[in-house]
Design a binder for this molecule. Structure first.
Ligand SMILES: *[C@@H]1O[C@H](CO)[C@@H](O)[C@H](O)[C@H]1NC(C)=O
Length: 472
């Protein structure tokens, strides 16, 4: 896991904020949305604006080094409107104590493969801050190729060329993750819980769907926060789209399994349960060091899935004897099955979108509003990773009157409220719930529907766990 340490603390906010954020900020954000969406010919392009703004000198250096993305940002033809998230100089100034980039849980969680991201077989978080620092410390990266690499030391030359090529590739991918392929001002961003970026995977993950960013709104002070850690500081419109200043660079997400580790403070019971029950391969996706050959990277794990992760509080709320059973050596297989009941293989389940890797999703009951109204209510079933079992999902987006442009997005799984929804991962998405989902079962006679669904677990759960099979 190579998430920069900076992403740890801010992720915390996701768990202390209410899961629904009233969009009062929207009223205040109107100022920033005054610009004409879709571009104004009298305005400068995004690139021109960044280039002449002192607060983006570090970003400009990276864009000049990378070379192709700046052309996209300078595209002035109509029909190419985009959104660009621009980390400011402060965001790209490396922290003084930078030795903690390599997260401490990178050991072999399940002993079968390694965890590099997106084919960048690199041992530090490939953030724009890291690239900015590398360009400062290794100025030869910015020198002209032909001219510079004519030295006597052939090996050194070759090595430098290689490093430069890798660095450019990383910069390209990470910059693409800062672009949305349509223009969205602040108000428009706040209407959605996630959005697809211009970064498409090349590792076989996510059924080829673009990597997504998570967008959270907070009320006091009015603010937009991307991926739980990057705040939008200011917004401006440009000739070819919208420009938003960020106080942290964005980092393309890791696998569901990796990302959950970042939130261990709330999810440590789930992450250790997944490891204990041998479930990591169902939630993980990464570079396979053993199977890869030079120039032929192999990725393994599960390329697309959705996981409903019970919080620590959810596990604590189980009957004590059940908790003891699940985490004892006798309950290991039952624990594995119970976890897999929370996983939806081959499918991306977001509040706003469902995508199945193999067949077109049928969609269930829909109630979508017409025209400009983004409201909807969708109700559908998805197959869990256990043969023959389903999860019932209700996703809803509601307008909050009287605040213009404000929406509330919510989701339920088997009637349980999802507490943190739509967290993007390289191989799908995950959500946090405060109850361990209870599989459907026959209650014993006299069961009271208001009682804890786990109350009579001893009568059915061990047999249920014996009987169900994890999908091949
Ligand atoms: C935002 O969500 C709506 C559903 O409310 C969806 O139709 C639309 O495509 C989403 N926009 C983006 C950019 O993802």
């Amino acid at each position: 896991m190579r998430l920069a340490v900076l992403s740890l603390a801010p992720l915390a906010h996701a768990f202390v904020l209410p899961s629904w954020d009233v969009g009062r900020w929207a009223a205040d954000a109107v100022d920033s949305a005054e610009g004409v969406l879709g571009g104004d010919e009298t305005q400068k392009t995004i690139w021109a604006q960044i280039k002449e703004d002192e607060k983006y000198t570090r970003l400009v250096k990276i864009l000049e080094f990378e070379g192709t993305v700046k052309k996209e940002l300078d595209h002035a033809d109509s029909g190419y409107d985009i959104t660009f998230f621009a980390p400011n100089n402060e965001a790209l100034t490396p922290p003084k104590h930078d030795h903690d980039h390599d997260g401490d849980h990178d050991g072999d969680h399940d002993g079968d493969h390694d965890h590099d991201h997106d084919g960048d077989h690199h041992s530090v978080a490939p953030t724009l801050a890291y690239i900015s620092q590398a360009l400062d410390e290794q100025p030869w990266l910015l020198e002209d190729n032909e001219f510079y690499f004519g030295g006597k030391d052939k090996d050194d030359d070759k090595n430098k060329k290689r490093r430069k090529r890798i660095m450019k590739k990383i910069a390209h991918a990470v910059l693409k993750y800062h672009i949305l392929p349509q223009a969205h001002d602040a108000q428009s961003l706040a209407q959605n819980s996630t959005m697809a970026t211009a970064l498409r995977p090349h590792d076989g993950s996510a059924d080829g769907l673009p990597r997504r960013i998570h967008i959270a709104k907070s009320v006091v002070p009015p603010a937009l926060t991307l991926n739980f850690y990057a705040r939008v500081q200011s917004s401006a419109s440009a000739r070819n789209g919208q420009l938003h200043e960020l106080d942290h660079p964005l980092l393309p997400p890791g696998s569901i399994f990796d990302e959950m580790f970042v939130a261990s403070k709330w999810l440590s019971t789930t992450t250790s349960a997944v490891q204990r029950a041998g479930g990591a391969r169902h939630l993980d996706w990464g570079y396979d060091r053993e199977k890869s050959k030079p120039g032929k990277p192999v990725f393994s794990g599960t390329p697309l899935a959705t996981f409903f992760a019970p919080s620590n509080a959810a596990w604590d709320a189980l009957p004590p004897r059940l908790h003891f059973f699940l985490f004892s050596r006798f309950g290991r297989h039952a624990l594995a099955k119970l976890l897999m009941y929370h996983a939806v293989p081959h499918t991306l389940v977001l509040s706003e979108e469902v995508h199945h890797a193999k067949h077109k999703h049928k969609g269930g009951k829909h109630a979508d509003a017409e025209g400009d109204d983004p409201s909807f209510r969708r109700e559908f079933d998805v197959h869990s990773a256990l043969n023959g079992t389903k999860l019932h999902i209700v996703a809803e987006k509601k307008r909050i009157v009287p605040i213009e442009g404000a929406v509330r997005i919510s989701m339920k799984v088997n009637d349980q409220d999802v507490k943190v929804l739509d967290v993007p991962a390289s191989n799908g998405a995950w959500h946090v719930i405060d109850k361990v989902l209870c599989p459907p079962h026959e209650h014993k006679k006299g069961y009271n529907a208001y009682a804890d669904p786990w109350a009579d677990w001893e009568d059915w759960f061990p047999a249920w766990a014996e009987g169900v099979q994890v999908q091949a």
